[in-house]
Ligand binder design. Structure first.
Ligand code: NG1
Ligand code: ZN
Length: 523
C-alpha cells in the first residue's frame, strides 16, 4: 500500500458528514446518493480482508428487497459467507472516518492490529439492476485499487451467485457464471431423474430484479424438464414495487402482474437480488394469497434430506445429525411441527443469516431459513466425504450429492431454492395442497414503528426479550398474556430506520390487535 496513492484516491470519496451509516443485518444500506464514500471504504476493507486471508474476497452492490432509490453493499468473505463478524467493527470505523486523514489512520490501525501483510489481493465485484449501481461499483473498485489490489468486475449477478463464485474460486474449483448454472442444472437433473414432472408449470414473480434474467438462463437449460413462466422481469422499472418476496411476505397479497393467475396455481417469488424465495398460491377470488414461507421451505427441505438419510446404509459411527435453524419470526406452528413430527433439533438465533449460518454449521445437515425466505441447506465435510465413499452403490447417496451441488453452500439463493422446492415436491409426488397440509400457520402480523432513535431498543434471548427501555418488556408481557395463544416481540431493524413488531395469536384479529397494542407501547 502506498500512502500517497491512498490519500489521493480517498480525497475523491469524501464522507457526506451529516450521515452516519452502520453495518446492519447484512451490510450497509441507504439512499443511493449517500453511499459512495461508504462503498469506496468497503473496497478498501475487502482488499485488506483479501490480504489478511491470502484469498479472494467479494463485494456486491445491492439493496436487496428495498426500494430502487436505495442501494447498499454486501461483503463476501473468502469462504463465500458474509464478512467475518469481528470485522464489522472495522467496517463501521472506516465508514465513520470524517476525512482523508481519518480514513488513512483507520487503514493503518487495521494493518497493525490485524497484522496484515502488505501485498496485492483480489476482490470480485458484482451488482444488481439498480440505476445507481455503476457509480457505486466504480467507488468500490477505486477503493480496492487504492490499496494496490485488483478489483475484478463480474458485472450483473445475483448476490448468491457472487458468494458462490468467491467460495468456488478459493477452493480452486470452476467459478465462472457458466459453472454456477452447470452445477445447479446438473444437480437438479440428477435429483429428479426418474420422477415425473408436474403437469402444471411454475409461475415466478422475479421482482423486476436481477433474478429474472438469471432464472431464465437456468429454466432454458432445464427445459423441458422444468417448465417456468417468469413475470415481473423488467430490469428497467418496477424493482420490488408491489412485487417480490418481501412484498408477498409482509403484505400477503398478489404481486403486480398476477391478477389473472388461476386460483391454486404454483407460484414463487424472488426478491430484488434473488437471495430470498417464497412460494404462494392465489386464494379465493380477490388478491389474497396463501403463503409458503421460509419456515415451510425449511420443513420441506428437511423432509427431503431426512428421507434420503434414512435410506443410507447404517453409519458405522454416529448417525448424521440434522438441525433446523430459525429466528423468532418463525411461525410457531412450524416450530411445533418440527419438534413433534420431524423430531430434529431446532435452534433459534438473532435475525440475519450470518447468525443462522453459523448455527447451521454445527450439524451434519443444517437447514436454515428466515421466515422471509432467506436460507439454505449446509452439508458437513464429513458427511460429504461419506456420501462420496458410498456414492456409486447407493441411490440415496447419489441424490444427496446432487443436492450438495445444487443447493448453494455459501448463502441463501432463490434460484437454487426454486430447484430445491421443485425437486422435493417432485420426488414426493406432491403439489401445493400436500405441502400446505403439513401444518397450519398461526395467524401473525408484522408492523414497523418509526421512532426517533431505534437504538434505544435493545434485546436479549435471540431478540425475544426487550432489555431497554426497561418497562417495555413488562408491557409486552401483559399484552401477550391477554391474547389467546399470543406471542410477540420487538427489535430494532438492522436495515431500516424502524423498530419491528411481530405478533402471533390464535386468530388473525387477535394477532392484529396484539401487534397494534405492542406497537403503541413502542411509540
Ligand atoms: P432487519 O431490517 O434487521 O429486520 C431484514 C430482515 C432480515 C434480513 C435482512 C437482510 C425481517 C424481519 N428482517 O432485516 O431477516 O433478511 O433484512 O436483508 O425479515
Ligand atoms: Zn435479498
Amino acid at each position: 500500500m502506498d500512502l500517497g496513492t491512498l490519500k489521493e484516491s480517498c480525497s475523491q470519496y469524501s464522507n457526506p458528514g451529516n450521515v452516519k451509516l452502520t453495518y446492519g443485518t447484512a451490510g450497509f444500506r441507504a439512499e443511493a446518493s449517500l453511499l459512495p464514500s461508504t462503498v469506496y471504504r468497503c473496497g478498501l476493507l475487502m482488499a485488506m480482508r483479501a490480504l489478511k486471508t491470502g484469498a479472494v474476497t467479494g463485494l456486491v452492490v445491492t439493496a436487496s428487497h428495498n426500494p430502487v432509490e436505495d442501494n447498499g453493499v454486501k461483503l463476501v468473505d473468502p469462504t463465500g459467507y458474509m464478512l467475518e463478524q469481528t470485522w464489522e467493527a472495522w467496517a463501521n470505523k472506516l465508514a465513520a472516518a470524517d476525512d482523508v486523514d481519518g480514513t488513512c489512520t483507520v487503514v493503518q490501525e487495521l494493518f497493525q492490529v490485524e497484522d496484515i501483510p502488505y501485498g496485492s489481493g483480489t476482490v470480485m465485484l458484482a451488482h444488481d439492476t439498480r440505476p445507481s449501481a455503476d457509480g457505486l461499483v466504480k467507488a468500490a473498485a477505486a477503493g480496492v485499487a487504492a490499496m494496490g489490489s485488483l478489483p475484478i468486475a463480474c458485472g450483473l449477478l445475483t448476490t448468491p451467485q457472487l458468494h458462490w463464485m468467491v467460495r468456488q474460486c478459493n477452493a480452486g474449483l470452476k467459478h465462472k457464471e457458466k459453472a454456477y448454472f452447470e452445477a445447479l442444472a446438473t444437480g437438479f437433473a440428477r435429483l429428479v431423474s426418474g420422477h415425473t414432472a408436474p403437469s402444471e408449470g411454475l409461475i415466478v414473480d422475479c421482482a423486476n430484479g436481477v433474478g429474472a434474467g438469471k432464472l431464465q438462463v437456468l429454466a432454458d437449460r432445464l427445459a423441458p424438464g422444468m417448465a417456468a413462466e417468469l413475470r415481473n422481469t423488467s430490469t428497467e422499472a418496477g424493482l420490488n414495487d408491489a412485487c417480490g418476496a418481501d412484498f408477498l411476505q409482509k403484505e400477503r397479497r398478489l404481486p403486480a402482474g398476477f391478477q389473472h393467475v388461476p386460483a391454486g396455481a404454483r407460484c414463487a417469488s424472488l426478491d430484488g437480488d434473488a437471495d430470498r424465495l417464497v412460494y404462494f398460491r392465489r386464494q379465493g377470488s380477490g388478491d389474497e394469497v396463501h403463503l409458503f414461507d421460509g419456515d415451510r421451505i425449511a420443513v420441506l427441505a428437511a423432509l427431503l434430506v431426512m428421507d434420503l438419510l434414512k435410506s443410507l446404509p447404517p453409519a458405522e459411527q454416529r448417525p448424521p445429525t440434522v438441525g433446523i435453524v430459525q429466528t423468532a419470526y418463525a411461525n410457531g406452528a412450524s416450530t411445533e411441527y418440527i419438534h413433534e413430527n420431524l423430531k430434529c433439533e431446532v435452534r433459534v438465533t438473532p435475525t440475519g443469516v450470518k447468525h443462522l449460518h453459523t448455527a447451521a454449521e454445527e450439524f451434519d445437515v443444517g437447514v436454515y431459513f428466515e421466515a422471509n425466505g432467506h436460507g439454505t441447506v449446509l452439508f458437513s465435510a464429513a458427511l460429504v466425504q461419506r456420501l462420496h465413499e458410498l456414492g456409486a452403490d447407493s441411490g440415496p447417496a447419489k441424490a444427496l450429492l446432487a443436492l450438495v451441488d445444487m443447493v448453494n453452500q455459501a448463502v441463501g439463493d432463490a434460484l437454487s431454492g426454486v430447484l430445491l422446492v421443485e425437486a422435493a415436491l417432485r420426488r414426493k409426488n406432491w403439489g401445493l395442497p400436500e405441502w400446505a397440509a403439513l401444518y397450519t400457520d398461526l395467524p401473525s402480523r408484522q408492523l414497523k414503528v418509526k421512532v426517533a432513535d431505534r437504538s434505544v431498543v435493545t434485546t436479549s434471548d435471540a431478540e425475544t426479550r426487550v432489555v431497554t427501555p426497561s418497562c417495555l418488556q413488562h408491557l409486552i408481557d401483559s399484552a401477550v398474556n391477554a391474547a389467546p395463544s399470543g406471542r410477540a416481540f420487538v427489535r430494532p431493524s438492522g436495515t431500516e430506520d424502524v423498530v419491528r413488531v411481530y405478533a402471533e395469536a390464535a386468530t388473525q384479529a387477535a394477532a392484529d390487535d396484539l401487534a397494534r397494542l405492542v406497537a403503541r407501547h413502542v411509540h
